[in-house]
Design a protein around this ligand. Structure first.
Ligand SMILES: Cc1ncc(COP(=O)(O)O)c(C=O)c1O
Length: 417
């Protein structure tokens, strides 16, 4: 038996074991889905990191499966599996993935309807760039579908939403929106169909699977929770195989390819540790949310795990991990009591205090890392509430984080007495 035969036989055997359905998602995130074409390594426990930007072709005219970068290909296979989609294509950033997903489902003359609140970068893409290419954009409140339905136009080709919304953690009922899309599509020709696109960056596939709830496509930044360590930038779109050629050509033609080095990090460190990081961070987030809710200087805390969360029923139905356990996430949004209604004087003081004094809590405009990050999301987008504080809870001991928050609140409010 040649080396190649031995590898192929072993890979076929491992693949059939992986596909038997006996192993949990957590195990698959570490061992992959064993696609034979990308596992041509014999003694390595970890996939060898390839830094080659091109690969030998097996045929004269086109790239075959297995000719692509192996880390990227295995990562895409795992991400498609994680989200429960037919295929995944990675990009150089989350915004790159969102651009590709939108521009493949809508073209000049079409309309994209989004939920009224989105992350800053996505808002800018919709507001500043798509209209330049002749794609109309507008927004509606997707928590009120009766009203949102009035904003649908004959040329609307995409409904776009984040759930939970960054940063205020509003949830959109994905199954309900999907049912609306299904009804609309019954009246349309296939080439005019409406697509439902969901940004799953905050919940991650570990905490929510939009495709299972009826969405057509999922987009996600890999930079945040899936990357987890704050070292790499990337994004992914997951959905039906019929859209893959368009995503690949957009990636090539607009230059948004995920670097092989970053792909390897997401594969080896990010996705494999996502369940354990997410669960631990979520446990701490629950403790911090309860602490903040009881604190006299805090006006309002929004965290899907609290009984006071306004959409608690939806949260408990929609935010579920692979074992069906409630997964309220790792982010908290809160507001302090303010001396002047509507202004964020104390919020800014609190951020400044933490920026200058905190050891465990870092002031930074990111989320989903092993470090706890705090920011006033107003700095991203002036349309946002200047009183809002977004806390992305990391892997530090929860008591240490509570201690620092408590100290900051004391300092801010002592100064205003
Ligand atoms: C919900 C959400 N979607 C998309 C993005 C954009 O991702 P990236 O920074 O990888 O472009 C972000 C960034 O914070 C985000 O929070």
């Amino acid at each position: 038996m040649t080396d190649h035969d031995w590898l192929s036989e072993r890979n076929a055997h491992l693949k059939s074991r992986a596909l038997e359905g006996l192993y949990s998602e957590k195990t698959h995130f570490i061992h992959g889905r064993c696609s034979a074409a990308h596992r041509e390594y014999r003694h390595h426990l970890v996939p060898p990191a390839s830094v080659s930007v091109s690969h030998k072709l097996q045929h004269h005219d086109q790239v075959q499966p297995g000719d692509e970068d192996p880390s990227r290909a295995i990562l895409e296979e795992n991400l498609a599996y994680a989200e429960g989609g037919e295929c995944a294509v990675t990009f150089a950033s989350g915004t790159g993935a969102i651009s590709a997903a939108l521009c493949n489902c809508a073209q000049a003359g079409d309309h994209v309807l989004s939920h009224k609140r989105l992350s800053g970068s996505t808002q800018k893409l919709l507001r500043n760039w798509l209209p330049r290419f002749g794609i109309e954009t507008s927004s509606a409140d997707f928590t009120r579908l009766d009203l949102a339905k009035k904003h649908l136009r004959p040329n609307t080709r995409v409904l776009y939403l984040e759930s939970p919304v960054n940063p205020d953690l509003t949830l959109i009922d994905i199954a309900e929106v999907a049912e609306w899309v299904r009804q609309v599509n019954l009246q349309r020709r296939p080439e005019q169909r409406l697509w439902l696109m969901v940004d799953n960056t905050l919940a991650t596939p570990y905490g929510q699977r939009p495709l299972k709830l009826g969405a057509d496509l999922v987009v996600s930044s890999l930079t945040e929770n899936i990357g987890g360590f704050g070292t790499d930038v990337g994004g992914v779109v997951v959905g039906p195989a019929c859209l893959k050629p368009g995503w690949l050509s957009f990636r090539e033609d607009f230059g948004g390819v995920l670097s092989p080095r970053n792909a390897w990090h997401f594969l080896v460190y990010g996705l494999s540790t996502l369940p354990v990081r997410f669960r631990q961070q979520q446990e701490s987030a629950m403790k911090l949310a309860r602490f903040l809710e009881r604190h006299p200087c805090v006006e309002e805390v929004t965290y899907p795990g609290l009984d006071s969360f306004p959409q608690i029923d939806l949260a408990q139905r929609q935010l579920l991990d692979y074992d069906g356990r409630f997964a309220p996430g790792t982010m908290i949004y809160f507001r302090l009591r303010e001396p002047v209604a509507g202004q964020g004087v104390n919020a800014r003081k609190c951020i400044d205090y933490l920026a200058n004094n905190a050891y465990a809590i870092t002031t930074a405009a990111s989320l989903g890392q092993i470090r706890t990050l705090v920011e006033n999301p107003e700095s991203d987008d002036s349309a946002r509430d200047p009183r809002g504080l977004r806390l992305s809870v990391g892997l530090e001991k929860a008591d240490d984080l509570i201690h620092e928050l408590s100290e900051a609140l004391e300092a801010v409010f002592a100064a205003t007495q």
